[in-house]
Design a binder for this molecule. Structure first.
Ligand SMILES: CC(C)(COP(=O)(O)OP(=O)(O)OC[C@H]1O[C@@H](n2cnc3c(N)ncnc32)[C@H](O)[C@@H]1OP(=O)(O)O)[C@@H](O)C(=O)NCCC(=O)NCCS
Length: 167
C-alpha cells in the first residue's frame, strides 16, 4: 500500500472509484470529476487549487494505492487552517472506496497523512467528522485524536473536532 500523486496514469482507476461511490458527492471534493471535463484539464485545475486560491489554502492530494495498482482511498491535506477549516473541515479529509471499507485502510491512510503533515511542520493536526460518522471518529481516535469542542453549522449539522499532537 502506498500514496501516489494524481497523474494521467490514474485516470481509469480514478473514474472507476468515482463510479463505485454511493455516498453523495465524492469525498474529498478535490477528487470529484465533472462529466465531460478531460482528465488533463482536471489535473491542471487541481494543480492551481493545490497552490492555494482566495480562501483556499495550499493543499496536497494523494491516492492510497494497493500492490495491484488499484485506488483504495483518497486524501486531501490542507497545509494550514483558515476560519472555516478550523471549525468544519480540519487539516485532513479522506475516503475509502465502498468495497474496501472496514479493513483498517482509513486508519492506515490517516497515519500516512500524518507523516506528511509532520514533513510540513504541523505539530497540532485538526481532524473532524460529522457527529453521525462513527467510522470516521474511530479512525481519528485510532490515530491519537483528542476531542475538542464540537462546532454546530448554521443548518444544525454538528461537527466533532479532534486534535492530534505530533512529536
Ligand atoms: C469513514 C471511512 C473513511 C472509514 O474507512 P474504513 O477504511 O472503513 O475505516 P477503518 O477500517 O480504518 O475502521 C476504523 C474503525 O472504525 C470502525 N468503523 C468503520 N466504519 C464504521 C461504520 N460505518 N460504523 C461503525 N464503525 C465503523 C471500524 O470497525 C474500525 O474500528 P476498530 O478500529 O475499533 O476496529 C469510510 O467509511 C468512508 O470513506 N466514508 C465516506 C467518506 C467519509 O465519511 N470520510 C470521512 C470524513 S471526510
Amino acid at each position: 500500500m502506498r500514496l501516489e500523486r494524481p497523474s494521467l496514469k490514474w485516470e481509469k482507476e480514478h473514474i472507476a472509484y468515482m463510479r463505485e461511490w454511493d455516498d453523495g458527492r465524492l469525498k474529498p471534493s478535490s477528487f470529484f470529476l465533472n462529466e465531460g471535463v478531460p482528465y488533463e484539464v482536471y489535473l491542471e485545475e487541481l494543480a492551481v487549487k493545490e497552490a492555494g486560491q482566495g480562501e483556499r489554502v495550499p493543499n496536497s492530494n494523494y491516492f492510497l494505492v494497493d500492490d495491484d495498482d488499484r485506488i483504495i482511498g483518497m486524501v486531501n491535506i490542507r497545509h494550514s487552517l483558515n476560519d472555516y477549516l478550523r471549525q468544519v473541515d480540519g487539516h485532513i479529509g479522506a475516503s475509502i472506496r465502498p468495497s474496501e471499507r472496514r479493513k483498517g485502510h482509513a486508519t492506515y491512510l490517516l497515519s500516512e497523512a500524518l507523516n506528511i503533515t509532520d514533513r510540513l511542520g504541523i505539530r497540532f493536526v485538526l481532524v473532524t467528522c460529522n457527529e453521525d460518522n462513527i467510522g470516521s471518529a474511530a479512525v481519528i481516535l485510532n490515530n491519537g485524536g483528542v476531542e475538542d469542542e464540537s462546532f454546530t453549522e448554521p443548518h444544525g449539522n454538528v461537527i466533532r473536532r479532534f486534535w492530534i499532537e505530533r512529536g
